[in-house]
Design a protein around this ligand. Structure first.
Ligand code: ZN
Length: 232
C-alpha cells in the first residue's frame, strides 16, 4: 500500500497529460506489482535468485517493460488526450519507485536494480524504513504498527509534500482547462484578465488557449448564424 501511495504521488507531477483517475490507478498498481515475486517462495525459488524476492521484478528493466505494456493497453482503449511518452515516464517512475523504497529498508536482501544483466543486490547508504512484515495479522502487531509509523514518516509524508509542491507548481493548468470549456461563451478580454500576470509557463498556456479560442470562435461563426462571441 505504501508503494501505491508513492506511485500516485509521482502522478501529480504529470497532471496535465495524465490527470485521469484511471491513469493514477495504473500508477498505483504498477508501483505494487514488483512484490508479485513473493509467490516464488511457494515454488522453491530462493530470495537471492534471479526470480527471487527483490530480484528481476524490482529491476529498472522490469519497470521499463511494464510501463511500455501498460501504455500499450491504455492507448488501445482509446483514452483521449494522453501523451504516451509522459505516461510511459510516469509509469516507469512509479514502478521503479518500488525498488528504490525497498532499497531504503533496513532488512532482507538488497534490490537487483540491474537485473537481468546483474543479480547484484543493492541498498542505499541510508536505510531509515523498517521492513514490513508479511500478512495482515503481523501488521496489526506492535511491531507492525511501528513499521507503519516508520512508513508514514519516511514515505507518506514526503509523498504528500511532493504532491503538494507538484500541484502548486502548475497554477496555469486549471484555469487553462476551464477556459477551453468556456470557449465561445466568454470574451477574449475576460480570458486575458483571468490568466494575466503569471509566469513564462503560463504565458505559453495563454498563447495556446488564445489560439484554440480563435479557432473555435471561427468555427462557431461558420456553423451558426448567431455569430456570438466574434471578438478581435
Ligand atoms: Zn518489494
Amino acid at each position: 500500500m505504501t508503494h501505491a501511495v508513492s506511485g500516485i504521488a509521482f502522478g501529480s507531477a504529470f497532471r496535465r497529460s495524465s490527470g485521469t483517475a484511471r491513469i493514477w490507478l495504473a500508477g498505483a498498481v504498477c508501483a505494487a506489482v514488483p512484490d508479485i515475486d513473493v509467490i516464488g517462495f511457494r515454488f522453491g525459488i530462493h530470495y537471492g535468485d534471479l526470480l527471487g524476492h527483490r530480484g528481476l521484478t524490482h529491476s529498472l528493466t522490469f519497470a521499463a517493460v511494464l510501463a511500455a505494456v501498460v501504455v500499450a493497453l491504455v492507448s488501445r482503449d482509446g483514452t483521449s488526450g494522453l501523451n504516451r511518452g509522459a505516461l510511459w515516464l510516469y509509469l516507469f517512475i512509479a514502478t521503479a519507485s518500488h525498488g528504490c523504497l525497498d532499497a531504503l529498508t533496513a532488512g532482507g536482501l538488497g534490490v537487483a536494480f540491474f537485473s537481468p544483466l546483474s543479480n547484484t543486490r543493492y541498498f542505499f547508504p541510508v536505510r531509515p524504513i523498517r521492513v514490513s512484515p508479511i500478512g495482515l495479522g503481523a501488521l496489526m502487531s506492535d511491531d507492525g504498527l511501528a513499521v507503519l509509523a516508520s512508513e508514514v514518516r519516511w514515505v507518506w509524508l514526503p509523498c504528500a509534500l511532493f504532491a503538494a509542491i507538484a500541484l502548486a507548481w502548475q497554477p496555469a493548468a486549471v484555469p487553462g482547462k476551464r477556459d477551453t470549456r468556456e470557449i465561445g461563451t466568454r470574451s477574449v478580454t475576460a480570458t486575458k484578465a483571468r490568466t494575466s500576470g503569471r509566469s513564462l509557463e503560463s504565458r505559453f498556456w495563454r498563447w495556446l488557449f488564445r489560439r484554440a479560442e480563435r479557432r473555435t470562435i471561427f468555427e462557431t461563426t461558420c456553423s451558426t448564424t448567431s455569430g456570438s462571441g466574434r471578438r478581435p
